[in-house]
Unconditional design. Structure first.
Lengths: 289, 289, 289, 289
């Protein structure tokens, strides 16, 4: 098959290389600044690069916060809405979290646009790679071992649970806070201590490390004030985060807003996960045809 | 508070004893054959036994396969539908998997009937105790260690996953079969090998032990024929099970239909789990009042 | 190669079958009551059975407590000292824990007698199989789950450590008692709580289960008196054990003296471990020649 | 008690602070450049700083490679042999890996000099902290997750085993190479694959990461040539290491010689471990008196 890989960070480079290793033909675009010896650009325009492609893969996310194509490895700025107009008819487009505008545009063109970030297998393995990335961030920023340290994980979603299991295995005393009784039961089943996220307050002073996974303002000033002065806070929640960063700064708390996991800590694995998901999408499409 | 505990197996005895230890007043009924020194019967009729009770707890399940009250520790046969008519007005009734008839009856009387088996926290911890029970069954029936043995778990539901994690920790080579890509991803995330349940066939000959958790005919004759002669089959699926038991017998395969877990392997813990769930139900009711 | 397997329990049967599967020629003796379809006797005397053998394997232990050959699967009684006199010259004899008399006899005959129970690899894997066997005994005899139960392991030797790791992984709160600071450190490194075996007393009342691995009188009457009435005691120490069994009986404590692990719980694996060790012995002998 | 803490890195700062938190009186020397707000220097000379001390703690190691006191947090250079002459009579001196010259000097003065690095509890917990540090180094330097990566650990000593268990728990396919059959058995008991260190060659091409723990030239040029081009090598062996670093550089292999673990990755925990060991030494001395 022929794939065109457009934009994105090192995950997309890894994805392109892994597809090539599998024997596929690869074209890239908007990866002109990728490290030497990895991928090579195959066309001066998206149109040229995607000619004859069976599948075009757009980055995760497709559009950055400034409304442009997410393409940190390109020397140029690209308009994602102009770009998809150049893609060939009948071509499958796999995109990570496309915005409304892009989805609408694709449906009118018409192009088949699939959001690979909605695939459960990607979400699960991405959560796992994120949990491991969080351990990397923790190890890098803490002067104590995970072993025998007291760690609070806020939120018992996928990342929270996977992180809890791993930190427990590394010998930490792990507490996880959640809201539902079912989650509390799951936390106990994992051998961790369960707390109610809504009632977190006095116990906060016990923890060496607090890792937030919930995208809501949990670590507000009153709670931050309860933490030990040398506690480490790692916030994994995407924008706007779950921490009052301003208050944390004033209280001189060591706070890390770890966005961009696992792209930063394990880009090759993260790229392979996207690759597998895209191949699953293609396989399922062929079966239903 | 005053609780009346009616019928059931050793789980209900454990539940009654645990409530008593917590300082509650306990009456039992239809537990007249419980082991000496555990609980004592408090009334000759359900009516007398439940007079003044804040909460009546019925067994899991309430009704046995013959349409009678599930009461293996009673010398008598009890009609569950007659029995609930004797319960006092305004009393909370916690019952395990009540049938339609009982639910309808309660709504007409009117009695507040809550199915504690629908509570997520019970389902989670019960699954855990079941997984551990399955390990007990496996250890008891296998001449080889779990360590370095090749085990297939069919189904990646709650029990399947909890069992997989534990067998992996005990050193087995664990394969889990599932159908959804998300489950496949979860299986890999746990460090186990994933297979597609629908395609199970040739690989079956590799396994020392096969544990089924899926309530559907998975282990049919063609599949059973692929198993090693000395393989052990443990079927955890409730009636009618997931194995062609007739074929298994003809093929002389060591097959165990392990129903009644965890009541049989860990009645005390199973009773405590019901106790905690009932107390959660009561607490939530008081809050919303 | 040709092996003669003499006496022993189901481990020796498993050992013989495994060697046969590997393509070796097998003769057995004093296994005349082994289950049908497993091994067949090849000679009416040890002499006949071992004619032409490259290696004779004697059971673990060779001699039973009555001074006879350990041969529970034979209808007859055999004298081990008479038996080895019948073995052919120049034949390697692998025996499990031969006594002084047998060693002396062999050196005079002369026969090359190797004690496979002195091999580290057997000791390690046997300890592992014993630890798993102890879990089987525990699960079979306890009405509570290992998960969330409080377990004390006395002794941090091989079996104690392997058992502690596994029970921890199954979700127990594991405490291990030891005497040396190095062991205390190892226990903490495993994520378990460490106590000093010599000072065990008041804390004993916390435990649901106590597992002794130390071959010395640890669980004497004063300590037994501190245990909960419904505590379970499992003693893994070989004769005379580490428990005052008389006192335990008087105190009505549920006490299990689990001798014969792993022969009883995992004979096939235990037999394979002996097989691998015997093959290692043979390989090393050939290299040094 | 009064402690004087002399020289060393952040571990000694952590040690001093932890002793102070325990209520002890602390003096420091040769820590004049420690971060503000941590410890304060108490004397202009070692003599003044140690006056009245019950115990003087010297760093790990005491002497650096240039024959001077190991004191990276001091602005000055200190002669360890001159320094101990200034210590008060009858004072216990706890030192990490003192050299021959220092030991001889102390015995003549006479001063009681104890090497805390010979204490098993320190060695065990230090190995654990080192293993965790190695995971930190690995996570920081690898573009793939530990999960599903293929890792070879050379050597099954304390660090090798602890590292293997943790990487296995994080989902890696872990192989450990060793030389003794007993270690091979232990590796299998841990659920890892065992290889013979002496025969390592062709399999080397399978691994994403190779971690050496053996202080001998294991990763020589012929072996390095077998590694994948994008393999990561982490050498934990102290000077001169176990890798032909010259060859690794020529082969353009990503090689990290991770000396100084756990001082670098977890100085606070490493300091606490020394503190506990020193307190154990003091306790045992008082008992025997």
């Amino acid at each position: 098959m022929k794939f065109t890989v457009i934009g994105g960070d090192m995950r997309m480079v890894s994805l392109a290389m892994a597809l090539e290793e599998d024997g596929h033909e690869i074209c890239t675009y908007a990866l002109d600044n990728a490290p030497e010896g990895t991928v090579k650009c195959c066309g001066l325009t998206a149109k040229l690069a995607s000619t004859g492609a069976d599948c075009v893969i757009l980055p995760l996310p497709v559009v950055n916060t400034r409304g442009k194509l997410n393409a940190p490895l390109s020397a140029f700025t690209h308009d994602p809405y102009e770009l998809i107009k150049q893609l060939p008819d009948g071509c499958l487009i796999c995109a990570g979290k496309p915005d409304e505008k892009l989805i609408n545009l694709a449906s009118k063109l018409p192009l088949e646009l699939v959001d690979y970030f909605q695939r459960e297998e990607l979400v699960v393995l991405n959560a796992l790679a994120t949990a491991e990335g969080a351990i990397s961030v923790l190890l890098r920023n803490s002067p104590i071992t995970i072993w025998e340290s007291r760690i609070l994980i806020i939120g018992a979603g996928r990342i929270g649970k996977m992180l809890a299991e791993r930190l427990r295995d590394l010998g930490a005393y792990v507490t996880v806070s959640a809201r539902r009784e079912a989650d509390m039961a799951n936390i106990r089943a994992m051998g961790c201590k369960a707390l109610d996220t809504r009632k977190l307050m006095g116990e906060l002073s016990e923890f060496d490390t607090v890792i937030n996974t919930v995208p809501a303002m949990i670590l507000d000033r009153p709670r931050l004030e309860r933490l030990k002065r040398d506690a480490l806070i790692i916030d994994l929640a995407s924008n706007p985060g779950g921490t009052d960063f301003e208050a944390a700064r004033e209280l001189d708390l060591n706070t890390i807003w770890a966005l961009g996991l696992p792209a930063e800590t394990a880009p090759v694995t993260a790229g392979r996960i996207i690759k597998e998901t895209v191949l699953n999408i293609i396989n399922e499409r062929q079966k239903t045809k």
